[in-house]
Structure formats: C-alpha cells, structure tokens
Design a protein around this ligand. Structure first.
Ligand SMILES: NC(=O)c1ccc[n+]([C@@H]2O[C@H](COP(=O)([O-])OP(=O)(O)OC[C@H]3O[C@@H](n4cnc5c(N)ncnc54)[C@H](O)[C@@H]3O)[C@@H](O)[C@H]2O)c1
Length: 421
C-alpha cells in the first residue's frame, strides 16, 4: 500500500496515539507537527524523525506553508477544532478530526461544508465504529438474527476515577472551556447508537445533572488539595492513590498520568499534585459538567433506545442489550450473548482478539478504546492511500448528523422538553 504522509496538529495524547499507530504499521509517515508545547514537539521530532523546520508552534504556521502532507490529524482541544479543520480542508488535506467535531452546530456545519467544498475525506474520530465488537454486533442485526430491532438499552460506565480525572479536575470539567458532557464524552455513544440503528432518531428527551462533585458534598475537614487532606486516605477520589499508582506501569503512565505531568518519579507526581489542577479536592474544583445523564430516543418506526452515562461505576466496556422481534443480544464489549426466540438456543460470540496481544483490548484511552483507535487509524490511512472513502465508517455529513442528535438531547435536558429532529 502507498505510504501516506501525515501532519499532526495538536501533538498531545491523541495526536501521538494516531501518529504512533501510523508509524508502527508503516502505513503512514509523520512529516510535520504543530503544537505550542516545545516538549511535545520535541517528542515528535525525536520519535518520527521530523525535520526541525517542520515542527511548528501552532496550526497557523503549518497552514502558512501550504500543503506539506497527504493528510492531517487535528487533535487540538475541543474548542480549537473548527479553524484548523476548515483552513486545512481548504488547503486540500484529508483530515482525521478528533471528536467532538466542534462545540457548536454552526461550526460543525462549517467543517462539513469545507470538506464537501474541497472534495476531501474527513473522518471524525468516533473510534467505537471501528472495533471488531461493533462489526460483530452490526453483523447480527444485518443478518436478521434477532428480527426487527424494537429497543436498545445502552450503558456507558465512565468510571469513578476517570470522571474525577477528566470531568472534575481535567480539561473537560467545564462547559464554557470544553463542552457539555454529552458532547465531550457521550457523543461517542450517541454516534454509535445511530450507527447501530442505521438512522437518526425522530425524537429525543434527556435528564441528568451534576449530583456529587460539588462544594455541598465536601466532607467536613477536607482540604483544598489531597496532599494536605486528613481524610484523603478514605476518599474514593484520592489523587495520590490514583496517580502515584500509575508509576511503573507504561500504559497508566501514558494515560492518565501524562495529562498530569511529563515526569515519571514520585517527586514529579507529588509536585504536580501540589501545584497543578489534578491535585485539587474533587469537591473544590470549578467543574460544572454532569456526572450522570439519561437520553431517550424514539425512531421513525416506533423503536426506542435508552442510554445511561454514569460516573459512579468501575471504568469498563460499555454494555448494550438489543431486544428484537425474533431474538435478544446482550453485549459486554467483549462477548455477545445471542438468544434465538425461534429455537430458544443460546450462542456466545467472542469478538476477534487484537492480533498483536491475542487479547480483546480494554475500554480506556490507554488500551486504545477496545481496538477502535487502531481500527480508525488503519481505515483512514487505507482510505487516503487508495482514494476509497468507502473504507471509512462515517463521513463529515454523517458525523454532523449524529452531533445534531447530541445537541437536540442536550436541548431537551436543559429545557425539560421532548425535541423533534
Ligand atoms: N476519540 C477519543 O476517544 C478521544 C479520547 C480523548 C480525547 N479526545 C479528544 O481529542 C482532543 C485532544 O485531546 P488530548 O487528550 O490529546 O489533549 P492534549 O492536551 O493531550 O493535546 C492537545 C494538544 O493541542 C495543543 N495545541 C494547543 N493549541 C494549539 C495550536 N494552536 N496548534 C496546534 N496545537 C495546539 C496543546 O499544546 C496540546 O499538546 C480533544 O478534542 C478531546 O476531546 C478524543
């Protein structure tokens, strides 16, 4: 296969993940990076042999030099997707764009318009579409194994420490600097459910709130930082327990620890917890995104779907139950249990394991999202190399449509109404 040349805008955790996969498989060669953080640029220069003059301090500098690669990964923060995506689409780059597409419908529409106008391929990083588990589940539906799909129950167990890390102390804690939780996190689930049904819902409603990580839930005697806190040892959200526990494990050192500090010693972690955002008491942060949310969807044929997102769980694979006219599927992210109503027979299907490790991968970013990160990178590079957009599981317009479902659900939650799409 032709090697695809890649530029990376935003050389953080996600940018590095896609770049490493491209490099590892040999399907892509990283030739340029843009990131204001000199440490992150240096990692790219060193790891991928990028020429120093192709390591830029921002996406604007990269764009100013014209098109230098076949494709670009845009993995900046949520509020910095639109301008680079539109400018780089106008230069003719094919684009792998991190989710959410953008934080407003107007901006996401601009991105989809730019992709169409320039005839480029633009894949939003809805990695769940690219797992073998998803392929297997869709295969059962397409083969009619459970008849007509009547309803779906879907759970996203975010995980107690993951909620504290990303959505209480971390980048995605506030709507005004990031996005509502449904957009920042569960846009994956809404996109995946629409993919499963094969069409958007006709109506949505939603409930949810920030119920726990608030000043009024702060235990008596708790300090503003875990390192000063007398009750830290008995707190489920202890930062020292979480982050010191990452040391020595390469996967946890990459995520979540890299977000906290580039250092890898106990002194580095303690310093970051003493001075940085990740050492703060979870009851004394400036967070406002929800910690639990429900979305109900009704489809044009009367089929329904309920989706639950909760912080108050272990961090695990999503769980999904499909109720059909002729059968039932219960999926836990690794296996699918199928019950056929015609025979009463039960079948357990275990999805393909990762080729390299012979294991079904875990759900977290450190695990590659159940194989989705690798699947997406490989599909995107193959699509660019061959010019075959059919290798992608969604294009810009499809992603815009599923984001619109998210915005409709969020509107329903905020207004206490049922929103018709
Ligand atoms: N698909 C998924 O499952 C998934 C998982 C986690 C995060 N994300 C999304 O990926 C995106 C990046 O998240 P992350 O965890 O990698 O964050 P990160 O902070 O590790 O990386 C973002 C990088 O962008 C850089 N940046 C800032 N301004 C820039 C500019 N003008 N030009 C170029 N680079 C600039 C920052 O310095 C930083 O290194 C976010 O939108 C996030 O929501 C997606």
């Amino acid at each position: 296969m032709t090697e695809v040349t890649l530029a990376v805008v935003g050389g953080g955790l996600r940018g590095l993940t896609y770049a490493r996969r491209a490099h590892h498989t040999g399907a892509g060669r990283v030739v340029a990076v843009a990131d204001p953080d000199p440490l992150r640029r240096a990692i790219f220069v060193e790891e991928f042999g990028i020429a120093p003059d192709r390591a830029h301090a921002g996406w604007e500098d990269l764009a100013a030099g014209g098109r230098v690669a076949d494709a670009v990964v845009v993995a900046t923060h949520d509020r910095l997707h639109t301008e680079p995506a539109v400018a780089l689409a106008d230069l003719g780059y094919h684009i792998l764009l991190e989710k959410p597409m953008s934080t407003t419908e107007q901006e996401a529409t601009r991105i989809a318009d730019a992709a169409r106008r320039n005839g480029i391929m633009l894949a939003v990083c809805h990695v769940l579409r690219y797992t073998s588990y998803t392929r297997a589940m869709r295969g059962l539906l397409e083969d009619g194994r459970i008849g007509r799909l009547v309803n779906v129950q879907h759970l996203e167990p975010v995980g107690w420490w993951h909620q504290a890390h990303s959505f209480v102390r971390g980048h995605w804690r506030r709507q005004d600097t990031s996005a509502p939780m449904l957009l920042a996190k569960a846009c994956h689930d809404i996109d995946w459910l629409v993919h499963l049904f094969g069409r958007p819902p006709a109506r949505v409603s939603s409930f949810g709130s920030l119920s726990h990580f608030r000043p009024e839930d702060r235990p008596a005697g708790a300090a503003d930082r875990c390192l000063d806190c007398p009750i830290e040892p008995s707190c489920p959200y202890s930062a020292p327990r979480l982050y010191l526990g990452c040391l020595g494990d390469p996967s946890s050192e990459f995520w979540p620890l890299s977000a906290v500090t580039p250092g890898r010693t106990e002194a580095d972690v303690r310093e970051a917890l003493r001075t940085g955002p990740y050492g703060r008491c979870v009851y004394a942060c400036d967070n406002d995104v929800v910690d639990h949310q429900e979305v109900l969807m009704e489809f044009d044929d009367g089929a329904t779907c309920s989706f639950t997102m909760s912080a108050f769980s272990p961090m695990e694979h999503r769980r999904t139950r499909l109720f059909g006219t002729h059968g039932y599927v219960d999926g836990d992210g690794r296996t699918l249990r199928l019950v056929d109503f015609r025979t009463g027979a039960e079948e357990t299907i275990t999805v393909d394991a990762d080729e390299a490790t012979s294991e079904v991968q875990g759900p977290s970013a450190a695990d590659g999202h159940g194989g989705g990160d690798e699947g997406l990178t490989d599909a995107f590079l193959a699509a660019v190399a061959s010019g075959d957009a059919g290798l992608l599981r969604s294009d810009a317009d499809e992603s815009l449509m599923t984001h619109r479902v998210v915005w409709a659900a969020e509107q329903a939650r905020l207004t206490g109404t049922v929103v018709t799409l």
